[in-house]
Design a protein around this ligand. Structure first.
Ligand code: GAL
Length: 975
């Protein structure tokens, strides 16, 4: 059973795909619950996986070789080398097909090499003091001869930052943004059967597109796609429901077909709409003609009079299945989850989803997580979104660039609305293409409600800036006329020349004091806060200490351009015309360590820290944003030895009516809840138990407790889930904390912890401390990380197969912790088979025919590109005049090759799979083999060890007027 089948076998899970079951996830444990660990209890189920959308694609994530640093190609030494070096298929250096990558590091994708870097003071501050640099990836790939005639593509969902991609020695694509996917058409370069294909990717991560940690490498999923010759193009399906004036719905389906065939083809495109349980509720078909090597567009309409609507609480999805039939047979299929909803931004009342008012309670997100950098596994991405959902967050801004596609798939399923953002503010063709790609990729997602064309551009109030936005907005609207275009402005709202004049929704980054003036001056303009807050908190710290780069978690430290979490939200909540806001940020991220610098390596802005451990800001937003469940929280922790008698500010957030504070059973007071700004008491510290009880109508609806804990005596491990899929992909964060003799979380413990795992691999470590320089990656089965204010996190990825995962944690002087997680026998997602690289001789110079045996020394003169032909291994030379001469029977084939390191060092074998003609094989002036018969047969010989280039010469004698030549592959292998 694979995870999808498991998912479908479970009605509950299936409903989870279609409806907002995640909205019912347990919120964070009440403080004091689970021994005070500020994380939810483990769940006992696997989260549903994302369904496959494209059966033609398979992950291409194993079998890659990686080299950190650049590989500079040796400059051509003579005219012939120069001539050849610029020819198709002849890329040089690490891009060369025959390059020896045997000493490179085997890696699996997604891969962020920056995450393994140490922190270096001279490296860029904004990128988190991690050297990024240049790196190379190579992958050898075999294609089944049955795939001949198909359209073959590589898809990279994201490479940080600039990349050049070669296929079989030819440049096949460039990528100019780390946020944009790249589709590489491999079809014209493809080799089938035994002949390998070689993919080489040079990644330039010195290029920066942001002022935050951007990672380095092929950090999102990578795929090999094999489609029928006539099929729907990648990102070629547009299906975004529309409501008609009479309230009925239809789904306009536009399929862009593409052909690599040799003649025009007539196909039928079918579209079907499936409901949550898989019943077909609408269907249509149309026929289309696609010319050879051309595209054509098929348009259909599905009528769905009264579908269940998609919303934040009930994220009901339908599945649109589009199929291409040719001669009656289905040759291509694509599935896309769609949702029926209307959106509207009202200048006076804000945002409406399905004509119901929704205040946008959003967060801005960068991509990285502790330990893994930007290569965030799907399951961890989901876990992060679950944390946000538990806080009552309903919106995500993808700041400041296109997110991983999985984020939007999850947003659709979990019920978030999304402000989808473009990275590069530039309407020049290369960059406009990035924006168009974003819209094409994401326009089917019901979650996406806004296209943001930029964030804070200094040209936002210039004539050129306006012209740039006009073009970008036009490009967006051409591809999608249903969602407003916005831009995140920092100021310039009132200038006569400003982009605010040409966007549909004005995005305010900060400038909260201008809200009212803007609304008064432009009452017909819709607006939202696109970014706000920028307050600092260090998780678990309750007094700021600038000397130690620590921020207080009382929601009091703010940037000069931002404000506290509470005051910010109050200004948004109080104004109906402000559609909502996006807090900077949901999670801490590496880089931008404002307001500090070295040795601080990550931000303080997060509502949750780098590991996703909640700060006080989490409770603030929970009280602000959760309406359907009682909330109360109490900060700080209550373990302050040495502070006896001193006043401690007790900070309470709640959404109830009244809160009553008790210390060791004694009531300290009752206050009406201030949901916006919170309630506080100054309490002289006495060890014991402090508790807040929240009431509504006199009835207790929630409570929170902090207790003074004793010294830590043991470690504790708390996984997010008690089971994992044994699919080699499933990943989860495991919290580690120290507990006292009574099993209570010790919030002050800062102990070094060592981990050991079996049945899984450690892929990352973190503790949420912005000042910690401990490595975030280490050996797969062991790692170390200190607790920071009581907590650390180890991120584990399950091995394959049914079994058990055992995780152990040890700290000096404490009882160790050991947990067991069930690993379920669930099939791993299909991966393209790994192919061991093999050195081949692909190219030969072939002489003109001779009547008599030529000398093996005979060679073309340097600069003679013409009288000796360039022939590939596997090519027969026709006999007689067909060979381009006067019918002589003798020819020379010659080439020079540097054997791969192992062969050069220890010697090896040269193997001609098939040669026609009588022959002599010479290497470096020595005859090493003879072939006595004319008939096709292999030649195999030993090559002596030796450094540098080797001269290989094959003299062949054909039967008169018969074909001859090197008709099979030629390989070198170690002895
Ligand atoms: C904003 C910017 C963000 C981040 C933030 C920090 O101006 O858009 O990317 O830098 O400030 O407060």
């Amino acid at each position: 059973m694979n995870r999808r089948q498991l998912l479908l076998a479970s009605a509950a899970s299936a409903a989870g795909v279609a409806s907002g079951s995640l909205a019912r996830l347990p919120g964070p444990a009440v403080s004091g619950d689970a021994g005070g660990l500020p994380m939810p209890r483990p769940t006992h189920a696997l989260p549903p996986v994302l369904p496959e959308s494209d059966p033609a694609r398979v992950r291409l994530e194993r079998g890659w070789q990686f080299h950190e640093g650049d590989v500079v190609a040796v400059a051509p030494a003579n005219h012939e080398q120069t001539y050849l070096s610029v020819k198709a298929g002849n890329a040089q250096g690490a891009a060369a097909m025959a390059f020896d990558d045997s000493d490179w590091l085997p890696v699996r994708l997604p891969h962020d090499w920056a995450a393994a870097q140490p922190f270096v003071e001279t490296a860029n501050i904004s990128q988190g003091y991690r050297p990024r640099g240049i790196g190379w990836y190579r992958r050898t790939l075999r294609l089944d001869p049955a795939d001949r005639g198909k359209k073959i593509e590589l898809q990279f969902d994201g490479i940080a930052t600039n990349a050049t991609i070669w296929v079989n020695g030819s440049v096949a694509a460039h990528s100019w943004s780390g946020y944009t996917g790249v589709v590489v058409d491999l079809t014209p370069f493809a080799r089938f059967g035994d002949a390998e294909n070689v993919i080489a990717v040079r990644v330039d991560a010195q290029a920066m597109e942001g002022w935050w940690y951007e990672g380095a490498g092929i950090y999102r999923h990578a795929w090999l796609v094999r489609r029928a010759a006539v099929a729907i193009a990648s990102d070629g399906l547009h299906a975004d429901p529309r409501r008609d004036g009479d309230g009925r719905w239809h789904v306009p389906v536009v399929a862009t077909l593409t052909s690599v065939d040799h003649a025009p083809a007539t196909v039928t495109v079918e579209a079907m709409l499936l409901d949550a349980v898989g019943h077909t509720i609408a269907r249509a078909a149309v026929s289309a003609v696609v010319g050879a090597l051309e595209d054509s567009v098929a348009t259909l309409t599905l009528d769905v009079p009264s579908p269940d609507l998609w919303s934040i609480e009930q994220s009901k999805l339908y599945t649109l299945v589009a199929r291409v039939r040719r001669d009656g047979a289905v040759v291509d299929e694509r599935r896309v989850a769609i949702g029926f909803r209307t959106i509207r931004f009202d200048p006076a009342q804000g945002f409406f989803l399905n004509e119901r008012h929704v205040k946008i309670k959003g967060v801005c997100l960068h991509q990285d997580h502790a330990g893994v950098g930007v290569a965030v596994p799907d399951a961890l991405l989901r876990w992060r979104l679950e944390r946000l959902k538990a806080m009552g967050c309903n919106a995500i801004r993808c700041s400041h660039g296109a997110p991983a596609p999985e984020l939007l798939d999850l947003a659709d399923r979990m019920g978030f609305v999304v402000m989808d953002e473009n990275r590069q503010f530039n309407p020049a063709p290369d960059y406009l293409a990035q924006l168009e790609w974003l819209v094409r990729r994401d326009r089917n997602h019901p979650s996406v409600i806004l296209w943001s064309v930029f964030n804070e551009e200094p040209m936002q109030a210039t004539e050129a800036g306006v012209e740039m936005v006009r073009r970008m907005a036009h490009a967006v609207r051409t591809l999608d006329d249903s969602r407003p275009v916005t831009a995140a402005l920092n100021g310039s709202f009132f200038d006569p020349v400003t982009v605010a004049n040409v966007v549909d929704v004005t995005g305010f980054n900060y400038y909260q004091n201008d809200y009212d003036r803007f609304h008064a001056m432009f009452p017909a303009r819709a607006m939202t806060s696109s970014e706000d807050t920028s307050a600092y908190e260090t998780r678990g710290a309750f007094s700021g200490d600038p000397a130690r780069h620590i921020a207080s978690s009382y929601d009091v430290e703010v940037t000069s351009w931002g404000d506290t979490h509470r005051s910010t939200w109050k200004k948004i909540a109080d104004r109906a015309f402000v559609a909502g806001g996006f807090v900077w940020t949901g999670f801490d991220y590496h880089g931008e360590p404002t307001p500090y610098a070295w040795p601080t390596i990550s931000s303080f802005f997060g509502i949750l820290d780098l590991c996703g451990f909640p700060k006080t800001a989490f409770d603030i937003h929970r009280a602000h944003w959760v309406d359907d469940a009682p909330v109360v929280s109490l900060a700080p922790h209550w373990t302050w030895p040495g502070r006896e008698g001193q006043p401690i500010v007790v900070f309470v957030m709640s959404n109830a009516e009244q809160v009553t504070l008790r210390l060791n059973g004694r009531v300290l007071g009752t206050q009406p809840v201030d949901r916006m700004m919170g309630n506080s008491w100054s309490v002289p510290y006495v060890a014991g138990r402090i508790e807040v009880v929240a009431t509504r109508g006199g009835r207790t609806v929630a409570s929170a407790v902090q207790e003074t804990t004793g010294a830590p005596v043991a470690l504790r491990l708390t996984p997010a889930r008690s089971m994992m899929a044994g699919d080699g992909e499933d990943t989860q964060p495991v919290s580690v904390d120290a507990i006292d003799a009574r099993g209570r979380h010790v919030p002050t413990a800062n102990l070094p912890v060592r981990f050991a795992v079996s049945g899984a691999a450690i892929i990352g470590l973190g503790n949420g401390d912005p000042n910690c320089h401990e490595p975030e990656q280490s050996a797969a089965d062991a790692g170390a990380r200190s607790l920071f204010n009581g907590l650390a996190q180890v991120i584990v990825r399950a091995d394959t197969g049914k079994g058990r995962i055992v995780i152990e944690a040890r700290a000096p002087g404490l009882a160790p912790a050991r947990i067991t997680i069930d690993r379920l026998g669930i099939a791993a997602p299909a991966q393209v088979a790994v192919t061991a690289p093999q050195q081949r001789i692909a190219q030969w110079r072939r002489s003109m025919p001779f009547d008599a045996r030529p000398s093996p020394d005979l060679a073309p003169r340097d600069g003679d590109n013409n009288s000796w032909a360039f022939v590939a291994s596997g090519t027969a030379t026709p006999g007689g005049d067909g060979g381009g001469g006067d019918g002589g029977r003798w020819r020379i084939y010659r080439t020079a090759i540097v054997p791969w390191r192992a062969i050069g060092a220890g010697g090896g074998r040269i193997h001609f799979a098939s040669v026609v003609g009588r022959g002599e094989l010479w290497v470096d002036g020595q005859r090493i083999a003879t072939k006595a018969e004319v008939a096709a047969a292999p030649i195999d010989a030993r090559i002596a060890p030796g450094a540098g280039a080797r001269q290989i010469v094959l003299i062949l004698e054909a039967d008169s007027h018969a074909a001859s030549g090197i008709v099979g592959s030629v390989t070198l292998s170690a002895a």
